[in-house]
Design a protein around this ligand. Structure first.
Ligand SMILES: [Zn+2]
Length: 222
């Protein structure tokens, strides 16, 4: 029996989803989840389409390898710093997806060009460039994520966080889509922007919809 078999399987599955949706190429990008006092994370230098649960590495919160045959992701310091700073976060996805990376070279913040940005916590800030895999990069990206569920990393890529792997993955796909919408709009003129008051209305409306869905399901299951 593999230690943390279920989260390792979920992380390997998320890695495959990233590969299949074209959000990662070769061995770029990484996925992790926090389980109790451990972090379950994709390995370094292993192609996503070949990844299996036993390839996923188990670390303690200081980054020591607890179980696994491979070295953990080169961005392990980034994952550990985010978990340390935001205890409610239990999943992280990092990619070099094309449109998000393109936006990271152009802006200091991706503006609210579509209401779906509300799920990312509002306009998405771009963390200034630092060398990959360093604690300097981990620090600046962690700070940039304050009050946000997503950040862009200048000349590097994107990172999203969530309470589940599924949520972090969905936000990663949303961020890539928003980035593509921004680039398309920007190419054709000056995009209009949704203001903060309206984003708050969107948040409330989305919460109402979640509650209405839950109420309906509960009623059906009675
Ligand atoms: Zn990276």
């Amino acid at each position: 029996m593999l230690l943390y078999e279920t989260p390792r399987t979920q992380v390997a599955k998320a890695a495959l989803t990233l590969f299949e949706t074209g959000l990662v190429v070769n061995t770029s990008g990484n996925v992790s989840t926090k389980v109790e006092e451990h972090v379950v994370i994709t390995p370094s230098g292993r192609p996503y389409n070949e990844m299996e649960p036993r390839d996923i590495v188990v670390l303690d919160l200081e980054g020591n390898i607890i179980d696994g045959d491979l070295l953990s992701s080169s961005e392990t310091p980034l994952h550990l710093a985010i978990y340390a700073a935001y205890p409610q976060t239990t999943a992280i996805v990092h990619t070099h997806s094309i449109h998000a990376t393109a936006v990271s070279t152009l802006l200091s913040e991706l503006p609210a060009i579509h209401y779906q940005i509300a799920d990312l916590g509002g306009p998405v800030p771009v963390a200034p460039y630092r060398t990959l895999g360093t604690s300097a990069l981990a620090d600046i990206v962690t700070k940039t994520l304050r009050n946000r569920n997503a950040a862009l990393m200048q000349n590097h890529g994107a990172v999203t966080i969530g309470n589940t792997i599924e949520q972090a993955l969905t936000r990663c796909i949303t961020l890539e889509w928003l980035s593509e919408v921004f680039l398309q709009s920007h190419q054709n003129g000056k995009p209009s922007i949704i203001d903060n008051n309206e984003l708050e209305n969107v948040r409330r409306r989305q919460q109402d919809l979640i509650e209405a869905r839950q109420k309906y399901l509960n009623k059906r299951n009675d």
